[in-house]
Design a protein around this ligand. Structure first.
Ligand SMILES: [Ca+2]
Length: 326
């Protein structure tokens, strides 16, 4: 009996000796992790003053880990999603914001070639026109996710970009707020998107997607333009499918000319959109088999580069339509 207990104890110790170093290897303690970030950022040329301001009193945020572990809402239907995302109050607010900011939107559109209603629709869906930008300290949220082993490489790169943004003086640490996953400001750009696409529209030396409207609109427009937005082109339209065609033909990886879909027997439910017969076209069926079907064009797929979800893209193009169709 005593021998057996000893054996179990030995096994337990052996087991622990495997578990404990393995854990330590994938996740250092918080302070060592932050020291490592400091060394790497410093090697990338980020100033000590910025690193002190950003990292001296930083603590991990438990809530960020909780949100990251949360199971995706798999049960919400397309119809429920659209109903939730497009309440009449949001549509009214979108129209009001469009009217209010139209001179600025037109100036931005003249430079970037992106339709103002698409910019307002994205802005409305992302942050309710700038009113909900997320209350998380971006540096602390990204550091927490970079420290957590699940997607540490991705978030460590984003953290380095975020430190660089602070270092360049675009925003102060206190005002650098965003979502729990580090999507920042009124356009909800990840730091890497900020680096690639954020614009200093008002030429004050700062790319301020937190508080400067022009910078927000121009940054979102620059992002869409970079992925090939085409001014004044329709996003797509609802269609009837011929027998034998369905969800297995939906998806956005292999566009075919619009004419090929029409030749296969697809018909528009309303008037045919004004677009060339050779326009690269894909089939969107956000609700899956038996649900509504849409032939969609290049601009729709540009929205998917912002967020790879048919639900999201549909909510943006529909809101844009509501803004200009009154
Ligand atoms: Ca600016």
């Amino acid at each position: 009996m005593r021998l057996k207990a000893q054996r179990i104890l030995v096994q337990l110790i052996v087991l622990l000796s495997f578990i404990v170093p393995a854990q330590a290897e994938t996740q250092p303690d918080w302070n060592s992790f932050i020291d490592g970030v400091r060394v790497e950022a410093s090697a990338q040329g980020i100033s000590q003053a910025t690193l002190n301001a950003a990292l001296n009193d930083i603590q991990p945020i438990d809530r960020v880990i909780e949100l990251d572990r949360r199971q995706p809402e798999g049960t919400i239907t397309f119809a429920e999603y659209m109903e939730r995302r497009m309440p009449p109050a949001l549509i009214a607010e979108a129209r009001r914001n469009y009217d209010e900011h139209l001179p600025l939107l037109i100036s931005v559109s003249e430079i970037y070639g992106v339709d103002p209603e698409a910019v307002i629709a994205l802005w409305g869906h992302e942050t309710r026109f700038g009113s909900y930008t997320g209350g998380f300290d971006v540096i602390a949220a990204l550091a927490t996710l970079a420290w957590d082993p699940r997607r540490s490489d991705f978030f460590r790169r984003e953290l380095m970009h975020a430190l660089k943004i602070l270092d360049e003086g675009h925003i102060t640490k206190e005002k650098m707020v965003g979502s729990w996953a580090g999507a920042m400001g009124q356009s909800q750009f990840m730091p890497s998107s900020f680096m690639g696409y954020a614009v200093d529209w008002d030429k004050d030396g700062r790319r301020d997607i937190w508080t400067t409207r022009g910078d927000v609109f121009a940054s979102a427009s620059n992002y869409l333009a970079s992925y090939g937005w085409e001014l004044d082109e329709p996003w797509g339209a609802p269609v009837n499918l011929p027998a034998g065609m369905g969800a297995s033909q939906s998806g956005h990886d292999s566009p075919q000319p619009l004419q090929a879909w029409l030749d296969a027997g697809v018909t528009f439910m309303g008037a045919a959109p004004a677009i060339a017969a050779d326009e690269p076209t894909t089939l969107a069926m956000p609700a899956g088999e038996g649900g509504p079907a849409y032939l969609v064009f290049s601009n729709y797929r540009v929205i998917l580069r912002w967020n790879r979800s048919d639900y999201f893209a549909m909510s943006v193009v529909r809101l844009a339509d509501e803004i200009v169709t009154r």
